[in-house]
Design a protein around this ligand. Structure first.
Ligand SMILES: *[C@@H]1O[C@H](CO)[C@@H](O)[C@H](O)[C@H]1NC(C)=O
Length: 358
């Protein structure tokens, strides 16, 4: 009995010990897993590493309201003509840098600026205007130039724009300031090429992989941030490839991914000057009714592929200023996130510029 008791006690204490070891190692593993996730997230937030913006996060930062800069900056642009094209620019008080913005196909300088006394035919597309406001608020002198044709061309036009930039920077005595550029789509290809003949401190290529097959990249090539929409798989792959190419040459390269986000009843009113809450909510309800958006508010297709404008003819009581159709179109495309200008990640864009100045 005793023996047995003794033996069984010994066995059970060995058993206890094994359980303790098991529990301890389980806790240890759990802690490791937690640590792994924490560090993974920290890495995710590092501007230099690939930043995966989760849909919910993207939506939060998307909640920038069209007039959120009202207390900081106002549009007072100057419009000029030079070398057969127009340039529109604004310089804030004591600027700390110069930012050149290049539009995509069908774009123009007037898309970046609100209609005003200084620019009566300016259009102020929601994403373009927010990029300019961010730039001005961050202390950048902002210059926009129109392409000669529908899209940018990659021959003489590079010289023309280089000339315009140098002339304007000289005239405004901004030579000492860092120069940065952001180009979207066709403008992204253009900026990627321009950067091999004109010195920029850093560049941002938006929804464009750049033309790195045609550029002889040397160590002077500027740090390059790709802001893109991974739904566009072809571009996503090219960008992965070019990030490697740039890094191999010792050039700093970063990636910001823009994900789709759900529309809310107020999205259009929040983003577009001239659309009030009632109209925004009505449109949202109609989009839902027509199946343009799913039950969670996500766009089912690219805005360009939907005949959403037909509802304007069907519902004559919807009082929409026809001038705002491109603005609505842009926000619908952005929510779908396949190929559109975006100001949603302006914080990361300007962080990139800031961290590569000087
Ligand atoms: C741009 O215009 C200036 C002034 O008219 C001229 O000197 C310059 O050659 C032009 N540049 C190009 C590339 O046409």
């Amino acid at each position: 009995m005793l023996n047995h008791g003794y033996k069984s006690k010994q066995r059970s204490s060995a058993h206890n010990c094994r359980i303790q070891v098991l529990v301890m190692s389980f806790i240890l593993m759990l802690m490791l897993v937690i640590l792994f996730f924490i560090f993974d997230n920290v890495n995710d937030n590092d501007g230099d590493v690939k930043v995966k913006v989760k849909p919910s996060l993207a939506y939060e930062s998307h909640k920038q309201i069209w007039n959120s800069f009202d207390s900081l900056v106002k549009f007072h642009p100057t419009r000029e003509f030079r070398n057969g094209t127009d340039l529109i620019w604004q310089i804030p008080e004591s600027p700390k840098g110069v930012l050149f913005l290049a539009h995509g196909c069908n774009g123009k300088a007037i898309n970046f600026w609100d209609k005003s006394i200084e620019c009566p035919n300016c259009i102020g597309l929601p994403e373009e205007r927010l990029l300019v406001l961010h730039g001005l608020a961050q202390g950048f002198a902002v210059i926009t130039i129109s392409s000669a044709n529908r899209c940018w061309s990659f021959g003489k036009e590079l010289l023309v724009v280089k000339d315009i930039l140098e002339w304007w920077i000289g005239k405004r005595k901004l030579e000492k300031l860092p120069l940065v550029a952001l180009g979207a789509s066709s403008g992204g290809y253009f900026v990627s090429l321009l950067a091999s003949s004109k010195k920029f401190n850093s560049i941002v290529l938006m929804i464009a992989e750049g033309m790195f097959d045609e550029i002889d990249i040397n160590e002077d090539y500027p740090p390059t941030l790709f802001v893109h929409m991974p739904k566009d798989l072809y571009r996503q792959q090219k960008i992965d490839e070019y990030v490697m190419v740039l890094k191999d040459k010792g050039i700093d390269a970063g990636v910001v991914e823009c994900m789709e986000f759900p529309l809310s009843p107020d999205t259009l009113a929040d983003r577009i000057p001239g659309i009030d809450q009632t109209l925004s909510r009505n449109l949202f309800e109609i989009f839902k009714e027509k199946g343009f958006i799913d039950e969670k508010g996500y766009m089912r297709k690219d805005g360009r592929k939907m005949k959403w404008q037909n509802i304007l003819d069907e519902r004559k009581n919807l009082l929409i200023d026809k001038h705002l159709i491109p603005h609505i179109q842009e926000e619908l495309n952005l929510a779908f996130s396949y190929h559109e200008m975006t100001s949603v990640h302006s914080d990361q864009i300007f962080k990139w510029f800031e961290s590569h100045i000087g």
